[in-house]
Design a protein around this ligand. Structure first.
Ligand code: ADP
Ligand code: MG
Length: 306
């Protein structure tokens, strides 16, 4: 039986290869990639597959060459590839590696919603976490993500990460959120002091209730820097109180970071010139925080100075 190679040669030698179209086809047939494809699929291809697939071969070569030359191809995010379809030659368009990576990146990013958080947390990874002096915090974080991903439907108590400025509390919740996103779990991270300012500004345009409703329902919520907002009974009772009440009731995983310990946060939430009913109000908030999370001290150096 005639081999593919012999068959191509015969076609090339035909004297009738005169029209411009036929010459283009002839050129395409000489292409190295086309050759490799034809030889690799020799057994599967019909005897007249080359003649019947000439236009497809031409399409493949010219589309691929456009990319090589940097010209605008027919579908920039897709690259042509030759395939055998029902014993004949066809061209399929596969997403480019760049497109696949961009799609994956977008899907992952969509699982981490951030509000006024530092951009750098997008790159925070538990694997990269420098645990010097912070083994306990990393252990607790690992326990949480393992529990949350192996058994997402039961309630897992979150973490209340406390420690001085710069030890990596925000970095750690970012790393937790990114780990969960890799496992297809969505979290919302918000910088609580900025959020408090925005809520105060939004009172007049009635955006407060819908925003709070959206945030309180986040599948996993992380409140960053709680206790660093300027004290306000309204934020405490009508914003934080509402969010935490809902999350406790619905048993939704919630994490916090704070420069204050839980004891210090209680003091803060009671306010300075407290009336008699302020401390119980503060304690009510704290009960919710303690139901939702366990206090974990993050130690170590101030990384903003290193
Ligand atoms: P905190 O929230 O406790 O004030 P941050 O999380 O903002 O601290 O961390 C302070 C700085 O140190 C940031 O620039 C952060 O990116 C960096 N950082 C924190 N933890 C790590 C870590 N484990 N590995 C690398 N960089 C870190
Ligand atoms: Mg922080």
């Amino acid at each position: 039986m005639e081999t593919i190679r012999e068959h191509i040669e015969k076609l090339m030698n035909q004297r009738e290869l005169t029209s411009a179209y036929q010459q283009m086809i002839a050129q395409a047939l000489q292409d190295e990639e086309v050759h490799r494809f034809l030889i690799a699929n020799e057994e599967e291809l019909a005897p007249d597959a080359i003649e019947r697939g000439a236009a497809k071969i031409y399409e493949f070569v010219s589309e691929r060459n456009k990319r090589k030359k940097g010209e605008q191809p027919f579908a920039p995010d897709y690259q042509p590839t030759l395939i055998v379809s029902n014993h004949l030659i066809d061209v399929a368009y596969e997403p480019t590696r760049g497109k696949v990576q961009a799609d994956e990146g977008r899907a992952k990013a969509a699982l981490v919603t951030t509000m006024n958080m530092p951009k750098a947390i997008a790159n925070a990874r538990l694997e990269d976490y420098d645990a010097t002096d912070r083994v306990v915090a990393l252990n607790e974080a690992t326990n949480f993500v393992v529990a949350q991903t192996t058994d997402p439907t039961t309630f897992h108590q979150g973490l209340y990460l406390t420690g001085p400025f710069g030890v990596g509390k925000t970095y750690l919740i970012g790393a937790i959120a990114n780990y969960l996103a890799d496992q297809n779990q969505a979290s919302t991270l918000l910088h609580f002091p900025t959020f408090a300012v925005e809520m105060k500004a939004a009172i007049s345009d009635q955006k407060v209730v819908p925003t709070i409703n959206r945030i309180k329902r986040a599948p996993i919520l992380m409140l960053d820097d709680i206790g660093a907002e300027s004290f306000s009974p309204w934020i405490r009772d009508e914003v934080l109180g509402i969010i935490l009440q809902y999350r406790m009731q619905e048993e939704l995983p919630t994490l916090f970071t704070s420069n204050k310990t839980m004891a210090e946060l209680t003091e803060f939430l009671a306010g300075n010139d407290r009336g008699d009913d302020e401390l119980p109000k503060a304690q009510r908030i704290m009960q919710r925080i303690q139901y939702l999370s366990r206090e974990v001290t993050v130690g170590g150096i101030n990384r903003r100075l290193s």
